[in-house]
Design a protein around this ligand. Structure first.
Ligand SMILES: [Fe+2]
Length: 288
């Protein structure tokens, strides 16, 4: 009996410590820097910085708009990229996401793409009416919402193409990674524009090789939340697909001439747990 009480006491202390660390982590915010180089980086981007974050999930209670703005101002980016999941897909409360977009877009041009949570809004239509349309309508003017869409920038003498890919929810299925064909990608965003440097906002990182084959020079992605709990050497433990130790969890990945920056994101939903995996904003620096 004495041993059992001691065990229960130790487990309670352990659980308390884990919850305290998890609480502190979900309320902290760091900046991570990635350098992108290679022959395909255009001259006019060299020495410039862009900012990227993902998976905000309406988490302004944990990380305030002010703190996010402070980090973005440290970077002072050319523009800000957000590859999806600004909101939580089972709620019609867009206020935290729109407040953040309003604050950012007052200072910086924003390009954002939908994630699976924006897609989930379509399913709420029967219950609440045209929710995704309401969300898109509320997005401030200086933010460009790229849902299977493309925009072309001229920076110096160079052209930068920014694409936002929005794939069906079936490509986010649990326990498996369904094949994503080139035909499907082209049906959604067309063939890659041959002119200029191509940045692809693609919420789902599991298809990096398919994005490279399509022609992306730089992919920015989120969704996997860094694997939620990160272990030394082994990395992220679990992805939202319920795949243990996913191939892509967080960081910079290279495949042929393409780079993918996968962020662990800012917020969380459902299970609000992060361990050794602080919320982050990415600074992307272009080198020659
Ligand atoms: Fe997601």
């Amino acid at each position: 009996m004495h041993k059992l009480l001691k065990f229960i006491k130790n487990m309670t202390v352990f659980a308390g410590a884990v919850l305290t660390v998890a609480h502190l982590e979900t309320h902290s915010l760091k900046k991570v820097t990635y350098d992108i180089d290679g022959e395909n980086v255009p001259e006019s981007l060299i020495g410039k910085r862009i900012a990227m974050f993902s998976d905000f999930h309406n988490s302004s209670r944990q990380i305030s708009v002010k703190r996010i703005m402070r980090k973005l101002d440290e970077i002072n980016p050319l523009f800000v990229l957000i590859p999806g999941d600004m909101i939580v897909g089972n709620s019609t409360n867009f206020e935290p996401a729109i407040s953040l977009l309003t604050a950012i877009s007052a200072k910086y041009k924003v390009y954002l793409a939908p994630g699976n949570h924006e897609r989930k809004l379509i399913r709420l239509k029967e219950k609440y009416g045209p929710t995704i349309e309401k969300y898109i309508e509320a997005i401030p003017e200086n933010c460009e919402y790229l849902s299977n869409a493309h925009t072309k920038l001229e920076i110096g003498d160079d052209i930068i193409n920014i694409y936002g890919l929005d794939i069906n929810l079936s490509y986010y299925a649990r326990f498996e990674i369904p094949e994503l064909s080139q035909e499907y990608i082209e049906e959604k965003i067309g063939k890659k524009d041959d002119d200029g440097y191509t940045i692809l906002l693609a919420h789902n990182p599991d298809y990096f090789k398919e994005y490279e084959r399509w022609g992306a020079d730089l992919v920015v992605s989120g969704h996997n939340h860094g694997g939620m709990v990160r272990l030394p050497i082994l990395g992220g433990v679990i992805s939202p697909r319920i795949i243990f130790f996913p191939e892509y969890d967080r960081g910079l990945y290279k495949y042929n001439d393409s780079n993918m920056i996968l962020t662990s994101g800012i917020g969380q939903h459902s299970i609000k747990l992060r361990l050794n995996n602080k919320p982050e904003i990415c600074e992307i620096r272009f080198k020659g």
